[in-house]
Design a protein around this ligand. Sequence first.
Ligand code: AMP
Length: 420
Amino acid sequence: MSTFKAPKGTYDLIPPVSETFLAVRDALSAPLRRAGYGYVETPGFESVELFARGVGESTDIVTKEMYTLTTKGGDELALRPEGTASVLRAALEASLHKAGNLPVKLWYSGSYYRYERPQKGRYRHFSQVGAEAIGAEDPALDAELIILAVDAYKSLGLRNFRLLLNSLGDKECRPVYRAALQEFLRGLDLDEDTRRRIDINPLRVLDDKREAVQKQLTGAPMMRDHLCEACKAYHEQVRELLTAAGVEFEDDPKLVRGLDYYTRTTFEFVHDGLGSQSAVGGGGRYDGLSEMIGGPELPSVGWALGVDRTVLALEAEGVELQLPASTQVFTVPLGEEARRTLFGVVTELRRAGIATDFAYGGKGLKNAMKSANRSGARYAIVAGERDLAEGAVQLKDLQSGEQAPVALGEIVAELRRKLA
Ligand code: AMP
């Protein structure tokens, strides 16, 4: 061990789990790539102001969890705590919304940073795969994104996840509801912090996990009873489209999510095997966000799925992904001349697209064959001076144990045939 350890709340991705991680990222994004979403990559840091305005001044993310820094040039930057504000900023900056093809559909994958209290499933550095559909108000778009997330989880073999669904209303009905909720909350017995929250972000009080608070919330006005006709009809269509696609969901009138920018459709995926950090993904519609960061009116919808927690959910369900072996052929030279010849064969095999590794470090036959078995390779090539003098190598099937000589000039073609 070195003197150093990974910083608190972080962990390193190392083989073999890192392979699962890559496969999960791939699986979460595959449905998006089949649905017209283009890949976007934004910087790992942005101006603090973007998140303050875009995520919301009253959110935990902005008030407590951002890693901020002042550059030598005096710029106030923050490591990105989430993806939506950055992606929308990038789309606006590149005027993607003006190219005439709305919605602009984008997906991303990367690292996010929140200064949270670390525990299992909650880290200070974590990974998300996300999607945003910018510039269209259409219940089918909300439904599309939810269906793509469900398909992604299912493609991994996950079963024990649930979809929670709610509508947060729009700029017509939300303020009326907000006022009604504030009036109700002001009549409760709450601590000072929570009372302050009533003024800034009363919906978040519904999300309070403390039982003493939850008990008092029975009878609180619910957004779903205050939705205007347009929001009601919109939400009903989303629900119908999901049902038609065979997607099950639970209506959760208390689902508000931690970010200020959501309007109308909000949803969360929870996994029942993860304990307290059960949210594996979530998202919703954010019709006002573009204007909040200085852009035009661009109603949009998106989600972010947590890669770390999806990997934990797979573990919790005992799902093992069928990953292709990283090495197909392992090559074992016996002696100096064989080393030179077989190293050339290794390069040739790799150039032919066959994943090949080599017994480095001049190991003896026994150790080299152990490495071959550990590598997961299906075949081993073994050759010594005597084989090479005859223009041949030994090809060993590591599954059956059978071994036969193959002409040196034929080995690449032979392995291609066998592995096809
Ligand atoms: P959020 O934008 O907070 O809803 O995050 C979307 C998803 O990212 C969550 O459902 C989690 O799966 C994941 N996530 C958020 N914060 C963390 C964290 N601190 N550690 C690990 N995963 C996280």
